[in-house]
Design a protein around this ligand. Structure first.
Ligand SMILES: Nc1ncnc2c1ncn2[C@@H]1O[C@H](COP(=O)(O)O)[C@@H](OP(=O)(O)O)[C@H]1O
Ligand SMILES: [Mg+2]
Length: 345
């Protein structure tokens, strides 16, 4: 059963992601950074509870898959908060639902707990199956609360960048965001093309896949097809850029701060659903590292690898990954489900 409580799922996703982001900034202010473990747990749990309650109120009847609602952490507690997390929709009900919200209440939990870091995010995505059975991510929003930004899909099919508060100087977002001040509150978001002959690839700060270094070396020597207009086999100047949070890395691609995000070796649907929805709406390439589509709302939520980039770079990166021989996920095939996925923080 589906009861629609809102006219615009895109606006709702952005509203909830941004509100959870404000809540998380408040948790940082309230707790400080002395006890990182407690800060991470409290942030995870409070954002989860906020989003679960908001979705139950605004979209009763929709299913929800949250990182923090997994049955495996049903007994998880945070210091100072002794409630168990609200559970996700049951698996069978979720798999037969036509609308499923896939949320990561705090992506980049580790960075959230480190003072001064801005690379953490809130992810809110909507997966829908239509009457003909076709499934897709239909809406998504990624809030970057410490950067004062939300990236979201919109009803007309594109994506927009929303600045939290264009008028007010914000000490947290001062720094590199100064140049953005004075821009309109909402601007269309289109993935920028890379500079010719250059590729900045975002990787995990703490778990960069081993094969990405080899990919960089391969691309620097020669490539099967040119990047950004550079002729084939000239080689590319590759820079690996460590950033925390899948949402922050994919946002960095869409904001032109890097040119690609490559990950393998473990991740879950909630880590990529919202940023992939926004990336696709912004005209980016987003796929598994073997080029197959990202699929969501499956029984097993592991989705261990991803490539996001401008379409002009996709074949070069996919070909480069393919020639490494191990597949992107560090095993015999990029599709190998890594039974050893480490549990997120
Ligand atoms: N090998 C792995 N196994 C499981 N999850 C992983 C993973 N590598 C990264 N992730 C998850 O992907 C998100 C981004 O990671 P990173 O910052 O290292 O790129 C994090 O989500 P959370 O912060 O929500 O736990 C992290 O837990
Ligand atoms: Mg995550």
């Amino acid at each position: 059963m589906t009861e629609r409580a809102v006219a615009d799922d895109h606006a709702l996703a952005a509203e909830l992601a941004a509100a959870a982001g404000r809540l998380l900034l408040g948790v940082r202010d309230e707790m400080g950074f002395a006890d990182g473990r407690a800060l991470k747990d409290t942030g995870d749990l409070r954002s989860h509870e906020y989003l679960m309650a908001a979705l139950a109120e605004r979209c009763p009847g929709d299913a929800v898959l949250s990182e923090e609602g997994r049955s495996s952490v049903a007994g998880k507690r945070s210091k100072g908060d002794d409630r168990a997390p609200t559970r996700n929709t049951g698996e069978d009900e979720r798999l037969s639902a036509s609308r499923v919200w896939i949320i990561d209440p705090l992506d980049g939990t580790r960075e959230f707990s480190e003072e001064g870091r801005r690379d953490w995010a809130v992810h809110v995505a909507l997966w829908e199956r239509d009457a003909a059975g076709a499934a897709r991510l239909s809406a998504g929003a990624v809030a970057l609360p410490a950067q004062g930004l939300t990236l979201r899909t919109e009803a007309t099919g594109g994506a927009v960048l929303v600045r939290d508060d264009p008028g007010e100087p914000d000490p947290v977002t001062a720094g590199s965001d100064t140049a953005r001040r004075g821009l309109p509150r909402e601007v269309p978001l289109h993935v920028p093309a890379p500079d010719p002959g250059k590729l900045r690839i975002a990787v995990s700060r703490t778990r960069p896949p081993e094969f990405v270094q080899r990919l960089a070396e391969k691309l620097e020597k020669a490539v099967a097809g040119g990047v950004g207009g550079r002729p084939p086999s000239e080689g590319i100047d590759v820079e690996l850029v460590p950033i925390g949070s899948a949402g922050a890395k994919i946002s960095a691609v869409l904001l032109g701060e890097v040119d690609a995000y490559v990950h393998a070796g473990g991740q879950y649907e909630w880590d990529s659903a919202a940023p992939a929805a926004v990336a696709l709406a912004a005209g980016a390439h987003a796929s598994r590292v073997d080029g197959s589509p990202l699929e969501y709302n499956r029984r097993d939520p592991r989705l261990p690898d991803i490539l996001v980039c401008h379409p002009v770079s996709a074949s070069t990166l996919l070909t480069g990954i393919g020639t490494l021989g191990t597949g992107g996920s560090g095993g015999s095939s990029p599709h190998r489900e890594n039974a050893g996925d480490s549990l997120p923080d």
